[in-house]
Design a protein around this ligand. Structure first.
Ligand SMILES: [Zn+2]
Ligand SMILES: [Zn+2]
Length: 254
């Protein structure tokens, strides 16, 4: 997929000097999509079609619910529920049929039972797959993923072409494990072999240095609970726990 550059949000995120600039980008993108889905886009036909088909995941339903536009969310949810009910009912019908329908031609009893069981299992698998798909689909997650890919494309482009960015990148704290694969993937797609080797060397050592730093900060956080260390300075350890949690699994602790 071809992406367009979007440099301003990337520079802003890097200027915040966090454990992962992509966590900031994801947070900001998510906030703006949540408010846009409850704003004017509620009534846009193209958006409605997408939401009717896919709906939102549990996390984004929760964020939308707490955004306090109950009528907007109710309108979106109602038409999405209608489509979902219809889709699930179709699978249910097939399942009912396979439970009830007699064999068309007389067959030996054993064959009859195993044939019915296979048909039942088949319909059941379809129903479970349909429900899982319904749970995993989310219009906001899809859009966030697209935006993050676009930001990763921008980071790789800036690293390759902008001297100021290269310096900021080297002094940054790397990425969390949730977003690091995104950057690695994009680097492999966008860079020549020579540049990729250079990028990987830099990115991997940046990652390692910062994990080691954070591990020491977290260790000192635990040591501060010892009464003998009570008077000693915190250093950078006071918020080491939320930063390590962010590093390991992504998402800024709110
Ligand atoms: Zn992150
Ligand atoms: Zn979602």
């Amino acid at each position: 997929m071809k992406y367009h550059l979007d440099t301003i949000p990337v520079w802003d995120a890097y200027h915040e000097d966090s454990e992962c600039p992509f966590c900031i980008l994801e947070y900001n993108t998510e906030q703006s999509y949540v408010s846009s889905f409850l704003g004017a886009s509620v009534m846009e036909p193209a958006t409605r079609i997408q939401v009717n088909e896919k709906g939102f995941c549990a996390r984004h339903n929760t964020l939308l619910y707490h955004a306090q536009n109950r009528l907007g969310l109710a309108l979106l949810t109602h038409t999405h529920a209608l489509e979902t009910i219809q889709r699930i009912n179709e699978k249910n019908e097939k399942l009912y049929k396979s439970i009830r329908s007699p064999e068309k031609t007389p067959q030996p009893l054993i064959k009859k039972i195993s044939g019915r069981q296979a048909a039942l299992q088949h319909s059941l698998d379809h129903l479970i797959e349909c429900i899982r798909e319904h749970l995993n689909n989310c219009v906001i997650c899809d859009r966030i993923q697209y935006s993050l890919n676009r930001y990763a494309y921008t980071v790789i482009h800036l690293w390759e072409n902008d001297n100021d960015f290269q310096e900021v990148f080297r002094k940054s704290k790397g990425f969390c494990f949730s977003h690091f694969p995104l950057v690695l993937n994009m680097s492999a797609q966008q860079l020549s072999r020579k540049k990729l080797t250079e990028f990987l060397k830099e990115a991997l050592s940046l990652q390692q240095e910062n994990l080691n730093r954070l591990e020491k900060e977290l260790y000192w956080f635990t040591q501060k609970f010892d009464y003998q260390n009570q008077e000693k300075p915190w250093g950078n350890s006071r918020d080491a726990l939320p930063r390590m949690l962010q590093k390991l699994t992504g998402k800024i602790m709110e």
